[in-house]
Design a protein around this ligand. Structure first.
Ligand SMILES: [Mn+2]
Length: 296
């Protein structure tokens, strides 16, 4: 499956939304202490899509109960407001996820930073805000233990430039910036006018051949943005495609999602960033970046 929007509507574990095979045999990670708690300086997770049947809430709860970090970044599409508007679906496990995150903040002193995505962009109307001690902002810059700077953003601002790349290339930089600005307001305007949500994955579904090209363009657009902002790398989500690669000197990191890939990005106390796959058995394994889904 290259991408599939319907995956959000299927119960976790149903055919077509089955657990992906482990990238490698799962082993206890070297960083785990005796109680099996994994300590990190920072963790990035995104695209839970709480409020849809596809969300792997149980697996996510297992992950959240086994990690400890100084800063937790929620990189967008945490609550799927668009799906909830269509049909209310909210099992207790989804409340438990939110409670677990609030607990990390209250009991363990974890700093929680929430960067909304396009599915929870209703929050963007109120930025910057503080929700029970959780910082909510449109984007931010994270500095690693070894002094590298990473731009943290969801990434949907680049949908239009990636899907319409051919004609935009002709228009040049000025139009490019304009489209990025327009994209941010696009779904907000649609929502206010009462139009249904414009789905990137539904759009790409009719252009199957372009899905792989889209992922490539998305990665390059985000890396370009990082270069423009003069930072060392970018950390994003949105396209449900966990990845870590260097693009012309910029470190591109995508933390994947908790619908299909169950992945996170982690930073250890030396500043090293890694992509982590959280297995069914509660064991972490280094994730092999896989191009698999665009249901953003
Ligand atoms: Mn998204």
């Amino acid at each position: 499956m290259i991408f599939d929007d319907d995956v959000l509507d299927r119960p976790a574990g149903s055919p077509g939304n089955a657990d992906p095979p482990l990238a490698r045999p799962s082993v206890p990670p070297p960083g785990a202490n005796r109680r099996g708690l994994h300590r990190y300086r920072a963790i990035w997770i995104s695209d839970f899509h709480l409020g849809t049947r596809g969300c792997r809430a149980e697996r996510l709860l297992d992950f959240l109960s086994r990690v400890h970090c100084d800063t937790l970044y929620l990189v967008g599409d945490i609550i799927d407001a668009w799906a909830l508007k269509k049909a209310w679906y909210w099992p207790t496990s989804h409340t438990a996820v939110i409670r677990a995150i609030l607990d990390l903040h209250r009991s363990r002193g974890t700093r929680v930073v929430y960067v909304p995505g396009n599915h929870d962009e209703v929050l963007r109307d109120y930025l910057p805000i503080d929700l029970s001690g959780i910082e909510v902002c449109n984007e931010c810059v994270h500095e690693t233990a070894d002094g590298k700077r990473y731009l943290v953003m969801h990434g949907d601002e680049f949908d239009l430039v990636c899907t319409q790349a051919r004609w935009l290339a002709v228009l040049g930089d000025y139009a490019y910036r304009g489209v990025i600005r327009a994209n941010s307001g696009f779904n907000t305007v649609r929502r206010r006018l009462g139009y249904p949500y414009w789905s990137l994955s539904a759009f790409l579904k009719y252009q199957v051949k372009n899905a792989v090209a889209f992922i490539g363009r998305f990665e390059e657009a985000l890396a370009d943005e990082a270069r423009r902002r003069d930072v060392d790398g970018v950390i994003c989500g949105h396209i449900h495609t966990p990845s870590r690669r260097t693009i012309q000197g910029v470190d591109y990191c995508n933390d994947g999602d908790w619908v299909e890939s169950c992945t996170a990005l982690t930073e250890d106390f030396t500043g090293r960033i890694e992509l982590l796959y959280w297995g069914r058995d509660g064991m972490a394994a280094p994730a092999e970046p896989v191009a698999q889904a665009v249901s953003a």
